[in-house]
Design a protein around this ligand. Structure first.
Ligand SMILES: Nc1ncnc2c1ncn2[C@@H]1O[C@H](COP(=O)(O)OP(=O)(O)O)[C@@H](O)[C@H]1O
Ligand SMILES: [Mg+2]
Length: 242
């Protein structure tokens, strides 16, 4: 396949009619790419993932997956087409076991269960050891791994991650970033939203800075990390160091 996997063109969208949160945003994801979305709290980062995943209505603009207009499709139709989404909160079923959570990730294709269980179990050995444990009894880091694992059960081509490192200890944050990179290296295109902007840009091929529902800066992760304006406004490390 040539051309981008995902294209978001001038999308206006929000939660309430007449109250746009996204004021004409753009994003592209090439096959195999890892793209990050950073920006201040309330910038519309999570909203952008929701618009992409069919969870909120799009007022105008285009959303395409492999060239197909998906702006009117529902989340389950996107999952069938190869898009996985891990929301920031409530992303596992606490009263179900690890195994049951993973099974739910593949309810559309039960014949693939054994295969996918073994692939996802190899990728997250700590989950494999805890298959019969209730998800509610897992640590925050393990729960995040389970949420990613469940999305991976369907063997998606694209994974949308909303703040995979949020609420985790520094060591577990590291693990979340390492896992994300590892999943990407296995061939899955990733769009990742992150509060931990510098860490995100370090592992991203390209980054998008969102501000007030608009694109503020777009470049390679490496270039954004050294852009004085981006540092001053969104990373803050230089200003703090002076
Ligand atoms: N479910 C919702 N209903 C109404 N407004 C919302 C909802 N979720 C978020 N918003 C609003 O949309 C704006 C962007 O929020 P969000 O996309 O969550 O920001 P970010 O993820 O960048 O921190 C904020 O002003 C927020 O209050
Ligand atoms: Mg958010």
């Amino acid at each position: 396949m040539s051309g981008p996997l995902i294209e978001i063109d001038d999308v206006i969208a929000g939660y309430t009619p007449g109250v746009p949160i996204l004021n004409g945003v753009n994003l592209e994801l090439a096959p195999g790419e890892l793209v990050g979305i950073i920006g201040p709290n309330g910038a519309g980062k999570s909203t952008m993932l929701k618009a992409l995943f069919g969870l909120i209505p799009i007022t105008s603009g285009g959303v395409r997956y492999k060239g197909e207009d998906i702006s009117k499709l529902k989340a389950h139709e996107l999952v069938e087409r190869g898009i996985g989404y891990v929301p920031q909160n409530n992303n596992v079923f606490p009263s179900l076991t690890v195994e049951e959570n993973l099974e739910m990730g593949l309810y559309l294709r039960p014949e693939r269960m054994r295969d996918r269980m073994s692939v996802v179990g190899d990728m997250f050995p700590r989950l494999a050891e805890r298959m019969k444990q209730r998800a509610g009894s897992l640590s925050g880091g393990e729960r995040q791994m389970l949420a990613m694992g469940r999305a991976l059960m369907m063997e998606p081509e694209v994974l949308l991650l909303d703040e995979p490192s949020a609420g985790l200890s520094p060591a577990l944050q590291d693990e979340a970033f390492i896992r994300t990179k590892q999943i990407n290296r296995s061939g899955v295109g990733i769009v990742m939203v992150e509060q931990n902007a510098s860490r995100c840009l370090q592992i991203c091929d390209r980054g998008y800075v969102l501000d007030s529902g608009r694109n503020a800066y777009t470049d390679t992760g490496a270039n954004l990390l050294k852009d004085p304006k981006v540092i001053e406004l969104y990373l803050g490390t230089l200003t703090k160091a002076h």
